[in-house]
Structure formats: C-alpha cells, structure tokens
Design a protein around this ligand. Sequence first.
Ligand code: 6PG
Length: 282
Amino acid sequence: MRTLQQSTYEVLICADAAELALEASRRFAELANIFVSDAGRFTVALSGGSTPKAMFRILAEKPFADALPWRSIRFFWGDERCVPPDHADSNYRMAYETLLSKVPVPGENIFRIPAEDDYPQRAAANYSETIRQFFNPVATAPGTEPEVATAPGAESAWPHFDLVFLGMGADGHTASLFPGTAALSVNDGVAAANYVEKFQSWRITLTANTINKARNIIFLVAGEDKAPALKEVIEGPRNPEQYPSQLIEPYYGTLLWMVDEAAASLLCRVGRDASSTQRKEG
Ligand code: 6PG
C-alpha cells in the first residue's frame, strides 16, 4: 500500500479492491472511535456503489461488528436513486441489507433519503430539512428565521458531517452529481434533486457545498475503468462540468482518495515522483 501526500489531499493506493475495502473499514472504525470518544457521536454519509458494498460486508463481520460504537453512529446518505427503499436499486436497501440490519444500530440513528416521493424536489427539500434539524435544531426550530441557517457566514448553522464516503463513476460523477447536470451549480441547498438524462431518471444528492463542509471526505475508487477519469480529476485541468468529482474540495476538512492499483494506473505523479510516494505496512 502506498500513500501520495499533496497539500490538499492524500491518495492511498491499495493493491486491489479487497484491500481497499478492508483499509476503508479500518479508517471508518478509527474515525468513529475518535469522534464518539471526543463528541459522543459520529455522523457519516454513505455512498452507493460496489466498493462501499464490500466495505459494508467487512464492517458487518468480526472484528468490526463487535468493536464499533454502533449506537453512537448516525447514518445518512450522500445520494439516492428515486425508488422505494425496498427497490433493488436503492442505496439505502444495499446498506441496510449488507450492514445496518446486522449490527446494533438503533432505527432512529438511520436517516435515509425519502426518494420514493413522487416529487423529487420535495424529497430533496425534506431531506435537507431532516439534516438541518439534526445538526442544528435551534436554528431550524419553528419561529426561527430560515435565513439564520442559510446566511453566508452562518457556518456553524450549516451541517458538518464527520465523514462523507463517496464513489466515483467512470464518467467522473460522484454522489449523484453527474456531468452537465443542474445540481452541479446548486450551492444554496443541503440536498438537491437532479435529473440525469443518461438514466432518464431523477436522483437526490447532497450538494457539493454540503459535502465540502464535511470534516473528512473519503473517495473509494476501484477498477481499471475508473483510471482515465481519476487521472483527469486529480491531474487534469479544472473542468467540473465534465468531471464533477473535481467539485470536491473540502473547505477545512480532509480529503482522502482510497484507490486500487488498477484505478491509479494512469496517475503520472505516482510513478514519476518516487520521493513523495511512501510505502506503508499493510
Ligand atoms: C450511486 C453512487 C455513485 C457511485 C459511483 C461509483 O448511487 O450510484 O452513489 O456515485 O458511488 O457510481 O460506483 P461503483 O463503486 O459501483 O463504481
């Protein structure tokens, strides 16, 4: 396993998808324990996709299943397909079946996106409200001016997830921020409804602004098909309309790219700049 340290992000390169899922599980456990011990709770937004699924399976087994402070972890989602929660495409269902149903997480700690709503805009507004109320019940209490929570500079009023997990598609999308879609330019909402032409369907997604306010952001990217997009996102010119993952630039938190060798295979700096590449015990 190798790490490539940059000033604004770190790239951790694992041998393959299996090692990546195990290392991601370790990071999740480490952060959960730190936040629960410091703040009494840990808030995480989960992603859909195959790499998180492998991580969920590992977390659902020993030693993680027995060792994690599950009752103090609050689960949210970074994005959701507009389907009922029992649908095969539901990100909630995937996380529930592989992890949440197998560990002692109280139901009230699970905040899924109500994406079965016939009106995606309403689903996004409701999820934004759920998140706001969770993170800042005072600013969002009845009778409080909504501007209090949305005014520029009202940083403490904006939701700050302790950790956001993200995947990246071969087209450079992340969460449900797809190339050329309207949600890429939504900055004033916590979550947004996003119509994705190539699927001819709606998605609900956290906005880049919300993701960027997280304390820790971890991308999980595996597979050769991701290599060209990963290269563009990390080393290419800035073009977030085409590569929305470039929108992810934490305002003050950490950004960790956890990738496998196949996804990292086109990264020039990894091969070229041996001095900034470290080998870690793994
Ligand atoms: C979704 C996701 C999406 C996903 C990427 C990567 O619901 O589709 O949240 O952003 O993370 O497409 O998916 P894979 O890990 O399966 O390649």
